[in-house]
Design a protein around this ligand. Structure first.
Ligand code: ADP
Ligand code: MG
Length: 145
């Protein structure tokens, strides 16, 4: 498994890195974003969206309460989920994520390591660690081709 580490010193740096890194994503990819509240998961998705040619009229916000946001990107859709509030896997199954992937979606899932059942659908796992107020360590592992 290939691992890449990026040390970020600001939200802007996290966004810029995510925009550059995200350019390699293709429809059908599924990215698990892992780390505590405030670690930078949503900030990373904002950068991804920009890097994937997302329309800047859309504002990427935390889907903590709505569970799922869908944004148009150059190729298909960026589907952004947050599992923080979900209690059991049946609620995740209701979201029909495989259908979303089949429809040319790129999936990014905050708290993506919360349900082990989802591990097999992930292509990347990204762990965010808060080292200091503005310092974040971002570790990206490619899980499968
Ligand atoms: P999460 O989605 O993991 O809960 P957010 O992206 O919503 O986290 O929030 C991260 C918070 O940390 C924001 O308030 C952001 O401004 C702040 N922050 C400080 N430094 C960084 C950094 N280097 N990268 C990302 N966010 C940072
Ligand atoms: Mg978030």
């Amino acid at each position: 498994m290939k691992t890449e580490i990026f040390n970020s010193s600001s939200p802007e740096e996290t966004c810029a890195f995510a925009a550059k890194w995200g350019a390699l994503l293709v429809p059908g990819d599924c990215v698990a974003l892992c780390g505590d509240l405030g670690a930078g998961k949503t900030t990373f998705v904002q950068g991804l969206f920009a890097g994937l040619g997302g329309d800047s009229r859309y504002q990427v916000t935390s889907p903590t309460y709505t569970l799922l946001h869908e944004y148009p990107i150059k190729k298909g859709d960026l589907i952004h989920l947050d599992l923080y509030r979900l209690q059991n896997f049946a609620e995740v199954e209701d979201l029909d994520l495989n259908a979303a992937l089949d429809q040319k979606g790129i999936l990014v899932i905050e708290w993506g390591d919360k349900f082990p059942e989802l591990a097999e659908m992930m292509t990347y796992k990204i762990v965010f660690a808060e080292l200091a107020e503005n310092q974040r360590k971002i570790t990206i592992t490619k899980i499968r081709p």
